[in-house]
Design a protein around this ligand. Structure first.
Ligand code: CDP
Length: 579
Protein backbone atom coordinates (compact mmCIF):
# COMPACT_ATOMS: atom_id res chain seq x y z
CA UNK A 1 0.00 0.00 0.00
CA UNK A 2 1.75 3.12 -1.09
CA UNK A 3 1.13 6.50 0.30
CA UNK A 4 -0.08 8.46 -2.69
CA UNK A 5 -0.22 11.79 -0.88
CA UNK A 6 3.43 11.89 -0.19
CA UNK A 7 5.88 13.54 -2.55
CA UNK A 8 8.69 11.09 -3.18
CA UNK A 9 12.32 11.68 -4.10
CA UNK A 10 12.10 15.42 -3.53
CA UNK A 11 15.64 16.40 -2.60
CA UNK A 12 18.20 16.99 -5.33
CA UNK A 13 21.43 14.97 -4.91
CA UNK A 14 24.16 16.98 -3.18
CA UNK A 15 26.84 16.29 -5.76
CA UNK A 16 30.09 18.10 -6.50
CA UNK A 17 31.31 18.57 -10.08
CA UNK A 18 33.87 15.83 -9.55
CA UNK A 19 31.23 13.35 -8.44
CA UNK A 20 29.12 14.02 -11.49
CA UNK A 21 32.13 13.37 -13.74
CA UNK A 22 32.73 9.97 -12.12
CA UNK A 23 29.06 9.06 -12.29
CA UNK A 24 28.88 9.99 -15.97
CA UNK A 25 31.96 7.99 -16.81
CA UNK A 26 30.95 4.77 -15.15
CA UNK A 27 27.61 4.64 -13.42
CA UNK A 28 24.86 6.34 -15.35
CA UNK A 29 22.89 3.92 -17.50
CA UNK A 30 20.81 4.22 -20.62
CA UNK A 31 17.12 4.30 -19.81
CA UNK A 32 14.51 2.44 -21.85
CA UNK A 33 13.79 5.70 -23.64
CA UNK A 34 17.37 5.70 -24.87
CA UNK A 35 18.23 8.71 -22.72
CA UNK A 36 21.10 8.56 -20.26
CA UNK A 37 19.84 8.70 -16.68
CA UNK A 38 20.71 11.66 -14.45
CA UNK A 39 22.45 11.17 -11.09
CA UNK A 40 19.05 11.67 -9.49
CA UNK A 41 17.58 8.94 -11.72
CA UNK A 42 20.41 6.66 -10.62
CA UNK A 43 19.64 7.06 -6.92
CA UNK A 44 15.92 6.60 -7.58
CA UNK A 45 16.61 3.45 -9.62
CA UNK A 46 18.74 1.96 -6.84
CA UNK A 47 16.40 3.02 -4.02
CA UNK A 48 13.28 1.61 -5.69
CA UNK A 49 14.97 -1.63 -6.61
CA UNK A 50 16.40 -2.29 -3.15
CA UNK A 51 13.14 -1.32 -1.44
CA UNK A 52 11.26 -3.97 -3.42
CA UNK A 53 12.77 -6.60 -1.13
CA UNK A 54 10.37 -5.40 1.58
CA UNK A 55 7.53 -7.21 -0.18
CA UNK A 56 9.23 -10.56 0.44
CA UNK A 57 8.67 -10.13 4.17
CA UNK A 58 5.44 -8.19 4.21
CA UNK A 59 2.98 -8.18 1.33
CA UNK A 60 1.55 -4.90 2.65
CA UNK A 61 4.92 -3.18 2.91
CA UNK A 62 4.98 0.48 1.95
CA UNK A 63 7.70 0.08 -0.65
CA UNK A 64 7.52 3.68 -1.83
CA UNK A 65 8.15 5.07 1.63
CA UNK A 66 11.12 2.77 2.14
CA UNK A 67 12.46 3.70 -1.30
CA UNK A 68 12.12 7.36 -0.37
CA UNK A 69 14.10 6.78 2.82
CA UNK A 70 16.83 4.92 0.93
CA UNK A 71 16.88 7.64 -1.71
CA UNK A 72 17.33 10.39 0.86
CA UNK A 73 20.28 8.62 2.46
CA UNK A 74 22.04 8.26 -0.89
CA UNK A 75 21.13 11.64 -2.36
CA UNK A 76 22.34 13.41 0.79
CA UNK A 77 25.52 11.31 0.49
CA UNK A 78 25.16 10.03 4.04
CA UNK A 79 25.34 6.45 2.86
CA UNK A 80 26.39 4.79 -0.38
CA UNK A 81 26.42 1.10 -1.27
CA UNK A 82 29.40 -0.41 -3.11
CA UNK A 83 29.83 0.26 -6.82
CA UNK A 84 28.17 -2.89 -8.20
CA UNK A 85 24.93 -1.97 -6.40
CA UNK A 86 25.00 1.56 -7.80
CA UNK A 87 25.73 0.28 -11.29
CA UNK A 88 23.51 -2.78 -11.47
CA UNK A 89 20.49 -2.42 -9.16
CA UNK A 90 17.40 -2.17 -11.31
CA UNK A 91 19.29 -3.18 -14.44
CA UNK A 92 19.17 -6.51 -16.20
CA UNK A 93 22.46 -7.62 -14.59
CA UNK A 94 21.32 -7.05 -10.98
CA UNK A 95 24.66 -8.28 -9.58
CA UNK A 96 25.12 -6.15 -6.49
CA UNK A 97 28.15 -7.43 -4.58
CA UNK A 98 31.78 -6.29 -4.61
CA UNK A 99 33.31 -9.27 -2.83
CA UNK A 100 33.56 -12.95 -3.62
CA UNK A 101 35.78 -15.84 -2.58
CA UNK A 102 35.99 -18.91 -4.80
CA UNK A 103 37.48 -22.30 -3.96
CA UNK A 104 40.27 -23.64 -6.17
CA UNK A 105 40.36 -27.43 -6.13
CA UNK A 106 43.42 -29.50 -6.88
CA UNK A 107 42.38 -30.73 -10.32
CA UNK A 108 42.39 -29.27 -13.80
CA UNK A 109 38.59 -29.35 -13.86
CA UNK A 110 38.48 -27.58 -10.51
CA UNK A 111 40.95 -24.91 -11.54
CA UNK A 112 39.23 -24.08 -14.81
CA UNK A 113 35.81 -24.17 -13.19
CA UNK A 114 37.13 -21.44 -10.89
CA UNK A 115 38.51 -19.48 -13.86
CA UNK A 116 35.08 -19.63 -15.49
CA UNK A 117 33.36 -18.42 -12.32
CA UNK A 118 35.92 -15.65 -12.01
CA UNK A 119 35.11 -14.46 -15.51
CA UNK A 120 31.38 -14.36 -14.71
CA UNK A 121 31.98 -12.42 -11.50
CA UNK A 122 34.36 -9.90 -13.08
CA UNK A 123 31.98 -9.29 -15.94
CA UNK A 124 29.36 -8.27 -13.40
CA UNK A 125 31.59 -5.90 -11.42
CA UNK A 126 32.70 -8.07 -8.50
CA UNK A 127 36.20 -8.83 -7.24
CA UNK A 128 37.45 -12.29 -6.40
CA UNK A 129 39.74 -13.82 -3.82
CA UNK A 130 41.22 -17.31 -3.86
CA UNK A 131 43.35 -19.52 -1.76
CA UNK A 132 45.70 -21.57 -3.92
CA UNK A 133 46.79 -23.58 -0.89
CA UNK A 134 44.98 -26.75 -1.93
CA UNK A 135 46.97 -27.08 -5.16
CA UNK A 136 49.77 -29.64 -5.20
CA UNK A 137 53.23 -28.06 -5.40
CA UNK A 138 55.26 -27.53 -8.54
CA UNK A 139 56.84 -30.72 -9.92
CA UNK A 140 54.52 -32.93 -7.90
CA UNK A 141 53.23 -35.92 -9.85
CA UNK A 142 50.03 -35.91 -11.87
CA UNK A 143 48.69 -39.46 -11.97
CA UNK A 144 46.59 -39.38 -15.10
CA UNK A 145 49.25 -37.92 -17.36
CA UNK A 146 52.31 -39.31 -15.57
CA UNK A 147 53.56 -35.74 -15.83
CA UNK A 148 54.30 -33.10 -13.24
CA UNK A 149 52.19 -30.24 -11.93
CA UNK A 150 52.97 -26.61 -12.76
CA UNK A 151 52.16 -25.52 -9.19
CA UNK A 152 49.94 -22.76 -7.75
CA UNK A 153 51.95 -19.76 -8.93
CA UNK A 154 51.87 -20.93 -12.51
CA UNK A 155 48.10 -21.48 -12.39
CA UNK A 156 47.59 -18.02 -10.95
CA UNK A 157 48.75 -16.55 -14.24
CA UNK A 158 45.78 -18.24 -15.95
CA UNK A 159 43.42 -16.34 -13.65
CA UNK A 160 45.42 -13.19 -14.28
CA UNK A 161 45.09 -13.56 -18.04
CA UNK A 162 41.35 -14.14 -17.77
CA UNK A 163 40.98 -10.97 -15.72
CA UNK A 164 43.08 -8.99 -18.16
CA UNK A 165 40.66 -9.68 -21.01
CA UNK A 166 37.41 -8.98 -19.15
CA UNK A 167 36.51 -5.52 -18.04
CA UNK A 168 34.00 -5.35 -15.21
CA UNK A 169 30.59 -4.49 -16.61
CA UNK A 170 32.54 -3.04 -19.52
CA UNK A 171 33.69 -0.34 -17.08
CA UNK A 172 36.62 -1.31 -14.94
CA UNK A 173 39.04 -4.15 -14.67
CA UNK A 174 38.45 -6.89 -12.12
CA UNK A 175 40.70 -7.39 -9.16
CA UNK A 176 41.94 -10.56 -7.47
CA UNK A 177 43.42 -11.61 -4.19
CA UNK A 178 45.72 -14.61 -4.24
CA UNK A 179 46.53 -16.34 -0.97
CA UNK A 180 48.99 -19.10 -0.22
CA UNK A 181 49.44 -20.59 3.24
CA UNK A 182 52.91 -20.02 4.68
CA UNK A 183 53.25 -23.79 5.21
CA UNK A 184 52.71 -24.63 1.51
CA UNK A 185 55.81 -26.15 -0.17
CA UNK A 186 55.80 -23.41 -2.88
CA UNK A 187 55.72 -20.52 -0.45
CA UNK A 188 59.04 -19.01 -1.57
CA UNK A 189 58.02 -18.98 -5.23
CA UNK A 190 54.79 -17.29 -4.16
CA UNK A 191 56.63 -14.64 -2.17
CA UNK A 192 58.75 -13.81 -5.24
CA UNK A 193 55.84 -14.07 -7.71
CA UNK A 194 55.45 -10.32 -8.21
CA UNK A 195 59.10 -9.38 -8.07
CA UNK A 196 58.90 -9.12 -11.84
CA UNK A 197 56.50 -6.21 -11.91
CA UNK A 198 55.00 -7.15 -15.25
CA UNK A 199 53.62 -10.38 -13.74
CA UNK A 200 50.26 -10.98 -12.05
CA UNK A 201 49.28 -7.35 -12.46
CA UNK A 202 45.63 -8.08 -11.66
CA UNK A 203 46.48 -9.73 -8.36
CA UNK A 204 47.17 -8.61 -4.86
CA UNK A 205 49.09 -11.32 -3.03
CA UNK A 206 48.97 -12.16 0.64
CA UNK A 207 50.73 -14.88 2.55
CA UNK A 208 48.36 -16.75 4.86
CA UNK A 209 50.12 -16.64 8.23
CA UNK A 210 49.46 -19.20 10.96
CA UNK A 211 49.86 -18.81 14.72
CA UNK A 212 52.51 -21.55 14.68
CA UNK A 213 54.50 -19.56 12.14
CA UNK A 214 54.34 -16.35 14.20
CA UNK A 215 55.47 -18.24 17.30
CA UNK A 216 58.40 -19.68 15.36
CA UNK A 217 59.33 -16.21 14.08
CA UNK A 218 59.39 -14.88 17.63
CA UNK A 219 61.35 -17.88 18.94
CA UNK A 220 63.71 -18.07 15.98
CA UNK A 221 62.79 -21.71 15.27
CA UNK A 222 61.83 -23.82 12.28
CA UNK A 223 58.23 -24.46 11.28
CA UNK A 224 56.70 -27.35 9.36
CA UNK A 225 56.02 -27.36 5.65
CA UNK A 226 52.96 -29.53 4.93
CA UNK A 227 51.63 -31.40 1.92
CA UNK A 228 48.49 -29.65 0.71
CA UNK A 229 46.40 -32.81 0.35
CA UNK A 230 46.83 -34.62 3.66
CA UNK A 231 48.76 -31.98 5.59
CA UNK A 232 51.70 -34.27 6.38
CA UNK A 233 55.08 -32.81 7.20
CA UNK A 234 57.28 -32.74 4.12
CA UNK A 235 60.00 -30.42 5.34
CA UNK A 236 60.68 -27.40 7.49
CA UNK A 237 61.92 -23.87 7.08
CA UNK A 238 63.41 -21.24 9.30
CA UNK A 239 60.46 -18.99 10.12
CA UNK A 240 62.51 -15.84 10.63
CA UNK A 241 64.22 -16.26 7.26
CA UNK A 242 60.91 -16.67 5.46
CA UNK A 243 59.45 -13.73 7.37
CA UNK A 244 62.45 -11.55 6.48
CA UNK A 245 62.04 -12.35 2.80
CA UNK A 246 58.34 -11.46 2.92
CA UNK A 247 59.17 -8.17 4.57
CA UNK A 248 61.99 -7.42 2.14
CA UNK A 249 59.80 -8.07 -0.90
CA UNK A 250 56.98 -5.94 0.50
CA UNK A 251 59.51 -3.16 1.13
CA UNK A 252 60.71 -3.55 -2.44
CA UNK A 253 57.33 -3.35 -4.15
CA UNK A 254 54.34 -3.67 -1.80
CA UNK A 255 53.63 -7.39 -2.44
CA UNK A 256 53.09 -9.75 -0.78
CA UNK A 257 50.98 -8.50 2.09
CA UNK A 258 50.09 -10.83 4.90
CA UNK A 259 46.85 -12.02 6.44
CA UNK A 260 46.66 -13.70 9.82
CA UNK A 261 44.66 -16.74 8.79
CA UNK A 262 44.31 -18.40 12.18
CA UNK A 263 43.24 -15.13 13.73
CA UNK A 264 40.62 -14.67 11.00
CA UNK A 265 39.32 -18.15 11.72
CA UNK A 266 39.30 -17.53 15.46
CA UNK A 267 36.73 -14.83 14.79
CA UNK A 268 34.87 -16.82 12.14
CA UNK A 269 31.21 -16.25 13.08
CA UNK A 270 30.08 -19.50 11.45
CA UNK A 271 32.81 -22.12 12.06
CA UNK A 272 30.34 -24.96 11.38
CA UNK A 273 29.98 -23.74 7.79
CA UNK A 274 33.68 -24.10 7.02
CA UNK A 275 37.05 -22.42 7.28
CA UNK A 276 37.94 -19.03 5.87
CA UNK A 277 40.84 -19.31 3.48
CA UNK A 278 40.87 -16.02 1.62
CA UNK A 279 39.67 -12.44 1.57
CA UNK A 280 38.34 -10.29 -1.28
CA UNK A 281 40.89 -8.35 -3.41
CA UNK A 282 41.49 -5.44 -1.08
CA UNK A 283 41.69 -7.59 2.04
CA UNK A 284 38.80 -6.20 4.07
CA UNK A 285 36.40 -9.09 3.65
CA UNK A 286 37.34 -12.63 4.69
CA UNK A 287 34.80 -15.09 3.31
CA UNK A 288 34.08 -18.79 3.13
CA UNK A 289 34.50 -20.45 -0.27
CA UNK A 290 31.53 -19.44 -2.48
CA UNK A 291 30.47 -16.67 -0.14
CA UNK A 292 29.83 -13.14 -1.36
CA UNK A 293 29.32 -9.93 0.53
CA UNK A 294 27.87 -6.55 -0.32
CA UNK A 295 29.35 -3.47 1.24
CA UNK A 296 28.12 0.01 2.03
CA UNK A 297 29.76 2.99 3.68
CA UNK A 298 28.59 5.82 5.87
CA UNK A 299 30.06 9.21 5.00
CA UNK A 300 31.15 10.61 8.36
CA UNK A 301 31.46 14.15 6.97
CA UNK A 302 27.69 14.42 7.09
CA UNK A 303 27.51 13.76 10.82
CA UNK A 304 29.69 16.59 12.08
CA UNK A 305 27.50 19.50 13.07
CA UNK A 306 28.90 22.59 14.79
CA UNK A 307 32.10 20.83 15.68
CA UNK A 308 30.28 17.85 17.23
CA UNK A 309 29.18 14.41 16.14
CA UNK A 310 25.42 14.08 15.69
CA UNK A 311 25.07 10.59 17.17
CA UNK A 312 21.28 10.43 16.73
CA UNK A 313 21.54 11.10 13.06
CA UNK A 314 24.37 8.57 12.78
CA UNK A 315 22.20 5.97 14.53
CA UNK A 316 19.39 6.64 12.07
CA UNK A 317 21.72 6.15 9.11
CA UNK A 318 23.13 2.93 10.63
CA UNK A 319 19.63 1.53 10.92
CA UNK A 320 18.69 2.39 7.37
CA UNK A 321 22.02 1.13 6.02
CA UNK A 322 21.65 -2.29 7.67
CA UNK A 323 18.12 -2.62 6.33
CA UNK A 324 19.34 -1.56 2.88
CA UNK A 325 22.24 -4.05 2.84
CA UNK A 326 20.04 -6.89 4.06
CA UNK A 327 17.60 -6.08 1.26
CA UNK A 328 20.49 -6.19 -1.22
CA UNK A 329 21.02 -9.87 -0.37
CA UNK A 330 17.41 -10.53 -1.43
CA UNK A 331 17.52 -8.49 -4.61
CA UNK A 332 20.92 -9.79 -5.72
CA UNK A 333 21.23 -11.93 -8.82
CA UNK A 334 24.14 -14.23 -7.97
CA UNK A 335 26.47 -15.25 -10.80
CA UNK A 336 26.33 -18.96 -9.85
CA UNK A 337 24.07 -21.20 -7.80
CA UNK A 338 26.66 -22.17 -5.18
CA UNK A 339 27.22 -18.49 -4.34
CA UNK A 340 23.50 -17.88 -4.05
CA UNK A 341 23.17 -20.72 -1.54
CA UNK A 342 26.27 -19.98 0.51
CA UNK A 343 25.61 -16.24 0.72
CA UNK A 344 22.05 -16.76 1.91
CA UNK A 345 23.14 -19.16 4.67
CA UNK A 346 25.11 -16.49 6.51
CA UNK A 347 23.76 -13.26 5.03
CA UNK A 348 26.96 -11.30 5.67
CA UNK A 349 26.89 -7.56 5.11
CA UNK A 350 29.75 -5.08 5.38
CA UNK A 351 28.85 -1.65 6.71
CA UNK A 352 31.79 0.72 7.01
CA UNK A 353 32.78 4.33 6.79
CA UNK A 354 34.42 6.92 4.59
CA UNK A 355 35.46 10.50 5.29
CA UNK A 356 37.41 9.63 8.43
CA UNK A 357 40.26 12.05 7.66
CA UNK A 358 37.66 14.73 6.91
CA UNK A 359 35.89 14.12 10.20
CA UNK A 360 39.15 14.43 12.10
CA UNK A 361 40.06 17.82 10.59
CA UNK A 362 36.51 19.04 11.15
CA UNK A 363 36.95 18.15 14.82
CA UNK A 364 40.52 19.56 14.95
CA UNK A 365 42.07 16.21 15.84
CA UNK A 366 45.39 15.11 14.31
CA UNK A 367 45.25 11.64 12.72
CA UNK A 368 48.43 10.64 14.54
CA UNK A 369 47.16 11.09 18.08
CA UNK A 370 45.63 9.02 20.87
CA UNK A 371 42.60 11.25 20.66
CA UNK A 372 42.07 10.08 17.09
CA UNK A 373 42.47 6.36 17.79
CA UNK A 374 40.13 6.64 20.78
CA UNK A 375 37.52 8.38 18.67
CA UNK A 376 37.99 5.68 16.01
CA UNK A 377 37.08 3.06 18.60
CA UNK A 378 34.11 5.08 19.80
CA UNK A 379 32.71 5.66 16.31
CA UNK A 380 33.21 2.08 15.17
CA UNK A 381 31.80 0.59 18.38
CA UNK A 382 28.75 2.77 17.94
CA UNK A 383 28.25 1.64 14.35
CA UNK A 384 28.74 -2.02 15.24
CA UNK A 385 26.40 -1.88 18.24
CA UNK A 386 23.69 0.03 16.41
CA UNK A 387 24.13 -2.18 13.37
CA UNK A 388 23.72 -5.29 15.50
CA UNK A 389 20.63 -3.91 17.20
CA UNK A 390 19.08 -3.32 13.80
CA UNK A 391 20.09 -6.77 12.60
CA UNK A 392 18.39 -8.30 15.66
CA UNK A 393 15.29 -6.23 14.96
CA UNK A 394 15.25 -7.40 11.35
CA UNK A 395 15.73 -11.01 12.51
CA UNK A 396 12.64 -10.76 14.68
CA UNK A 397 10.58 -9.95 11.58
CA UNK A 398 12.48 -11.71 8.81
CA UNK A 399 14.16 -14.56 10.69
CA UNK A 400 17.78 -15.13 11.67
CA UNK A 401 20.37 -16.09 9.09
CA UNK A 402 19.85 -19.84 8.51
CA UNK A 403 23.10 -20.98 10.13
CA UNK A 404 22.50 -18.82 13.24
CA UNK A 405 21.98 -21.74 15.67
CA UNK A 406 25.44 -23.15 15.02
CA UNK A 407 27.07 -19.71 14.87
CA UNK A 408 28.96 -17.87 17.62
CA UNK A 409 26.00 -15.61 18.38
CA UNK A 410 23.87 -17.79 20.73
CA UNK A 411 26.88 -18.16 23.05
CA UNK A 412 27.29 -14.37 23.02
CA UNK A 413 23.75 -14.07 24.34
CA UNK A 414 21.98 -13.20 21.10
CA UNK A 415 18.55 -14.77 20.56
CA UNK A 416 18.32 -13.72 16.94
CA UNK A 417 20.52 -12.08 14.31
CA UNK A 418 19.81 -11.42 10.69
CA UNK A 419 23.40 -11.16 9.47
CA UNK A 420 26.47 -13.20 10.44
CA UNK A 421 28.63 -10.10 10.06
CA UNK A 422 27.63 -6.45 9.99
CA UNK A 423 30.79 -4.34 9.72
CA UNK A 424 33.64 -4.10 7.20
CA UNK A 425 35.85 -1.14 6.38
CA UNK A 426 36.20 -0.91 2.60
CA UNK A 427 38.68 1.22 0.67
CA UNK A 428 35.75 3.17 -0.89
CA UNK A 429 37.99 3.98 -3.85
CA UNK A 430 35.19 5.20 -6.10
CA UNK A 431 32.24 5.82 -3.83
CA UNK A 432 34.29 8.25 -1.74
CA UNK A 433 34.84 10.34 -4.89
CA UNK A 434 31.08 10.32 -5.53
CA UNK A 435 30.51 11.35 -1.90
CA UNK A 436 33.26 13.99 -2.03
CA UNK A 437 34.81 12.42 1.07
CA UNK A 438 38.28 11.21 1.99
CA UNK A 439 38.58 7.50 1.28
CA UNK A 440 37.81 4.91 3.95
CA UNK A 441 39.89 5.44 7.08
CA UNK A 442 42.95 6.69 5.18
CA UNK A 443 44.61 9.98 6.05
CA UNK A 444 44.92 12.64 3.35
CA UNK A 445 47.47 11.80 0.73
CA UNK A 446 48.07 15.46 -0.14
CA UNK A 447 46.45 18.76 0.81
CA UNK A 448 46.69 20.23 -2.67
CA UNK A 449 47.76 19.26 -6.14
CA UNK A 450 47.68 20.59 -9.68
CA UNK A 451 44.87 19.02 -11.62
CA UNK A 452 45.76 19.78 -15.20
CA UNK A 453 49.20 19.48 -16.77
CA UNK A 454 48.20 21.11 -20.05
CA UNK A 455 46.71 24.20 -18.49
CA UNK A 456 49.24 27.05 -18.41
CA UNK A 457 47.84 29.02 -15.52
CA UNK A 458 47.50 25.95 -13.41
CA UNK A 459 45.33 26.42 -10.36
CA UNK A 460 45.99 24.17 -7.43
CA UNK A 461 43.12 22.02 -6.19
CA UNK A 462 43.13 22.58 -2.43
CA UNK A 463 41.52 20.48 0.29
CA UNK A 464 38.23 22.31 1.00
CA UNK A 465 38.61 22.16 4.79
CA UNK A 466 42.13 23.54 4.57
CA UNK A 467 40.94 26.30 2.26
CA UNK A 468 38.19 27.21 4.69
CA UNK A 469 40.66 27.25 7.55
CA UNK A 470 43.07 29.41 5.53
CA UNK A 471 40.40 32.05 5.03
CA UNK A 472 39.04 31.80 8.54
CA UNK A 473 42.48 32.07 10.16
CA UNK A 474 43.54 34.68 7.59
CA UNK A 475 46.66 33.02 6.23
CA UNK A 476 45.31 32.47 2.73
CA UNK A 477 47.34 33.64 -0.23
CA UNK A 478 47.56 32.38 -3.79
CA UNK A 479 51.29 31.91 -3.53
CA UNK A 480 50.89 29.85 -0.37
CA UNK A 481 48.40 27.57 -2.12
CA UNK A 482 50.92 27.08 -4.91
CA UNK A 483 53.60 26.21 -2.39
CA UNK A 484 51.17 23.78 -0.80
CA UNK A 485 50.52 22.10 -4.12
CA UNK A 486 54.24 21.85 -4.82
CA UNK A 487 54.96 20.21 -1.48
CA UNK A 488 51.70 18.27 -1.11
CA UNK A 489 51.66 19.06 2.60
CA UNK A 490 51.97 21.99 4.98
CA UNK A 491 54.76 20.48 7.06
CA UNK A 492 57.37 23.18 6.33
CA UNK A 493 55.05 26.07 5.56
CA UNK A 494 55.68 28.40 8.47
CA UNK A 495 52.95 30.76 7.21
CA UNK A 496 50.47 28.17 8.49
CA UNK A 497 49.99 28.18 12.28
CA UNK A 498 51.59 25.14 13.84
CA UNK A 499 48.43 23.70 15.43
CA UNK A 500 46.73 23.80 12.03
CA UNK A 501 49.69 22.05 10.41
CA UNK A 502 49.38 19.33 13.04
CA UNK A 503 45.70 18.77 12.35
CA UNK A 504 46.14 18.77 8.56
CA UNK A 505 48.76 16.07 8.64
CA UNK A 506 49.19 13.93 5.49
CA UNK A 507 49.97 10.31 4.94
CA UNK A 508 53.75 10.55 4.66
CA UNK A 509 54.12 12.79 7.68
CA UNK A 510 52.34 10.14 9.75
CA UNK A 511 54.66 7.59 11.34
CA UNK A 512 53.83 4.05 10.18
CA UNK A 513 53.15 3.17 13.82
CA UNK A 514 50.13 5.49 13.75
CA UNK A 515 48.85 3.96 10.55
CA UNK A 516 48.92 0.56 12.23
CA UNK A 517 47.41 1.86 15.46
CA UNK A 518 44.53 3.39 13.52
CA UNK A 519 43.89 0.15 11.65
CA UNK A 520 43.91 -1.75 14.94
CA UNK A 521 41.53 0.74 16.59
CA UNK A 522 38.96 0.22 13.85
CA UNK A 523 39.54 -3.53 13.73
CA UNK A 524 38.58 -3.81 17.38
CA UNK A 525 34.93 -3.17 16.49
CA UNK A 526 34.82 -4.49 12.94
CA UNK A 527 33.36 -7.98 12.39
CA UNK A 528 35.20 -8.46 9.12
CA UNK A 529 38.44 -6.67 8.37
CA UNK A 530 39.79 -3.22 7.64
CA UNK A 531 41.18 -1.93 4.37
CA UNK A 532 44.27 0.13 5.12
CA UNK A 533 47.58 0.86 3.47
CA UNK A 534 50.44 1.60 5.83
CA UNK A 535 52.47 4.21 3.99
CA UNK A 536 56.23 4.50 4.32
CA UNK A 537 58.53 7.17 3.05
CA UNK A 538 60.90 6.13 0.30
CA UNK A 539 63.78 6.25 2.78
CA UNK A 540 62.17 3.73 5.18
CA UNK A 541 64.27 0.66 5.93
CA UNK A 542 63.39 -3.01 5.80
CA UNK A 543 63.53 -3.01 9.60
CA UNK A 544 60.89 -0.27 9.71
CA UNK A 545 58.58 -2.48 7.69
CA UNK A 546 59.33 -5.46 9.92
CA UNK A 547 58.39 -3.42 12.99
CA UNK A 548 55.06 -2.49 11.41
CA UNK A 549 54.31 -6.14 10.63
CA UNK A 550 55.03 -7.16 14.22
CA UNK A 551 52.97 -4.29 15.60
CA UNK A 552 50.02 -5.24 13.36
CA UNK A 553 50.23 -8.75 14.76
CA UNK A 554 50.56 -7.60 18.37
CA UNK A 555 47.68 -5.11 18.12
CA UNK A 556 45.20 -7.64 16.73
CA UNK A 557 45.00 -6.60 13.07
CA UNK A 558 43.79 -9.27 10.64
CA UNK A 559 46.50 -8.47 8.13
CA UNK A 560 48.72 -5.70 6.86
CA UNK A 561 49.39 -4.07 3.52
CA UNK A 562 52.26 -1.66 3.21
CA UNK A 563 53.47 0.66 0.52
CA UNK A 564 56.80 2.46 0.38
CA UNK A 565 56.61 5.64 -1.65
CA UNK A 566 58.03 5.33 -5.15
CA UNK A 567 58.69 1.59 -4.85
CA UNK A 568 56.33 0.52 -7.58
CA UNK A 569 56.69 1.13 -11.27
CA UNK A 570 54.34 3.75 -12.67
CA UNK A 571 53.06 4.85 -9.28
CA UNK A 572 49.76 6.61 -9.78
CA UNK A 573 49.94 9.30 -7.15
CA UNK A 574 53.02 11.30 -6.39
CA UNK A 575 53.11 13.93 -3.74
CA UNK A 576 53.87 17.34 -5.13
CA UNK A 577 53.89 16.22 -8.73
CA UNK A 578 51.33 17.08 -11.35
CA UNK A 579 48.50 14.59 -11.69
O1 CDP B 1 34.30 2.45 -3.95
P1 CDP B 1 33.85 1.16 -4.52
O2 CDP B 1 32.52 0.69 -4.04
O3 CDP B 1 33.90 1.18 -6.04
O4 CDP B 1 34.91 -0.01 -4.15
P2 CDP B 1 36.06 -0.13 -3.04
O5 CDP B 1 35.52 0.15 -1.69
O6 CDP B 1 37.25 0.65 -3.46
O7 CDP B 1 36.42 -1.66 -3.14
C1 CDP B 1 35.62 -2.64 -2.51
C2 CDP B 1 35.82 -3.96 -3.14
O8 CDP B 1 35.34 -3.93 -4.49
C3 CDP B 1 37.26 -4.41 -3.30
O9 CDP B 1 37.82 -4.95 -2.15
C4 CDP B 1 37.08 -5.45 -4.36
O10 CDP B 1 36.53 -6.62 -3.80
C5 CDP B 1 36.07 -4.81 -5.29
N1 CDP B 1 36.72 -4.09 -6.42
C6 CDP B 1 36.97 -4.75 -7.62
O11 CDP B 1 36.64 -5.93 -7.74
N2 CDP B 1 37.56 -4.12 -8.69
C7 CDP B 1 37.94 -2.84 -8.60
N3 CDP B 1 38.54 -2.26 -9.66
C8 CDP B 1 37.72 -2.14 -7.39
C9 CDP B 1 37.09 -2.79 -6.32
Amino acid sequence: ASNSNKQLFQAEPELLANSVTVLKKRYLRKKESGQIESPKDLFIRVAKNIAEAELKFDSNADVDSVADIFYNQMASLKFLPNSPTLMNAGNSLQQLSACFVLPVEDSLEGIFEAVKHTALIHKSGGGTGFSFSRLRPKDDTVKTTKGVSSGPVSFMSVFDAATETIKQGGMRRGANMGILRVDHPDIMEFIYAKQDKTKLTNFNLSVGITEEFMKSVKNGTEYDILTPRDRKKTGSKNAKEVFNEMVRLAWEGGDPGIIFLDRINNTNPTPAEGEMESTNPCGEQPLLPYESCNLGSINLVKFVKNGKIDWDDLRNTCNIAVRFLDNVIEMNNYPIKQIDEMTKKNRKIGLGIMGWADMLVMLNIPYNSDKATLLAEEVMKFIRDEGRKMSVELAEKRGSFPSFDKSIYPALGFKAMRNATITTIAPTGTISIIAGASSGIEPYFALAYYRNVMDNNKLPEVNPYFLEKAHESKFYSESLMNKLADAGNAHDLTEVPEDIRKVFVTSHEIEPVWHVKMQAAFQKYTDNAVSKTVNFQNTATIEDVEKAYMLAYDLGCKGITIYRDGSRLGQVLNIGSVK
